[in-house]
Design a binder for this molecule. Sequence first.
Ligand code: FES
Length: 156
Amino acid sequence: MKKIKINRRNFFRNLLYWSLTLQFIYIIFRLLKPGEKNTDLEKYYDAGDISFFENGKMYPFGSEQFYLHRLSDGGFLAVSSRCTHLGCTVQFNVNHNRFECPCHASAFNTNGQVLSPPANRPLDFYPIIFKNNHVLVDINHPVKRNRHESSQIKYV
Ligand code: FES
């Protein structure tokens, strides 16, 4: 049997070699692992800097199918533009200060509450969070509701 001689210098050199190799493999694994880079925050739509939104104004996000309402008291409400009757896209009428559906004439107030049928429940809303002074809207999770409640409004 052949005897393997390990001196202190070789021992520490091998220890350093294997330590660096394992760290390298770990880093590569972390970078390539699918879904690892996706955080919950990446699922939110960044509507923009909080300071951009003036109190008492409605901001359309047509491509994302919602309106961001900055209430007169500074609160935020993200309202879906999908009509709760049969799903047509409502438009915000600035002159009448309400949402109007072009299909069957349902109307909703600025909080999404029904003003005129045939729709019989408010427009859906989207959860909002604030991060780094930005308004982030969870556009993948519309919330159905039977009535508008103040808890649906988010404050900075
Ligand atoms: S789809 Fe909007 S009123 Fe019918």
